[in-house]
Design a protein around this ligand. Structure first.
Ligand code: SF4
Length: 163
């Protein structure tokens, strides 16, 4: 048996600093109708690996690709990500908060050594995810490529906030 010398105290308040770590529950999700037919969703992923850290920058599938750079969390927050974003694109994923990697360097290599048709950044609304957008923009600048690009921001409850 363990003996504690100090008296029990209230648990510490959760950290206030980072909105990305704020705990919350989504209670207003629509329920699927019981009678609706279940259609199996299909993966639209076109290449492997998809982790930005692992993908080889000179892989031939980047030639003439529409490129999607998606935050890890976006695939779980946004239900229709395969049909709305991954379909017909080469998809790279990463987490700028937890990955120990320089995305800018890898993305600059990819943009510089291939003809990329378009670039879509899919990030979460929380500030920690801004690193993904920043890396993509910096890679566009570094590679001096004139590529159509857009940033789409997903809310933590799975809505498109900005496009
Ligand atoms: S940085 Fe983006 S992908 Fe990483 S934990 Fe935060 S929201 Fe998720």
């Amino acid at each position: 048996m363990k003996h504690h010398a100090a008296p029990l105290t209230q648990p510490a308040a959760p950290p206030q600093g980072c909105p990305g770590m704020q705990a919350r529950v989504f209670t207003n999700k629509p329920q699927a109708a019981q009678s609706s037919p279940q259609i199996a969703a299909q993966s639209e992923l076109r290449q492997w690996p998809c982790q930005l850290r692992l993908v080889p920058a000179h892989a031939p599938y980047f030639d003439n690709a529409h490129l999607l750079i998606a935050a890890d969390c976006s695939a779980f927050a946004y239900a229709n990500i395969h049909q709305d974003f991954i379909k017909n694109k080469i998809t790279l994923i990463g987490c700028p908060k937890l990955d120990d990697a320089d995305y800018t360097e890898k993305l600059t290599q990819i943009l510089s050594s291939h003809t990329i048709k378009s670039l879509t950044v899919l990030r979460m609304e929380v500030p920690c995810c801004g690193g993904l957008e920043h890396a993509a923009k910096q890679a566009l600048i570094n590679s001096a490529q004139m590529i159509p690009w857009r940033v789409v921001t997903i809310s933590t409850d799975g809505r498109i906030l900005e496009d």
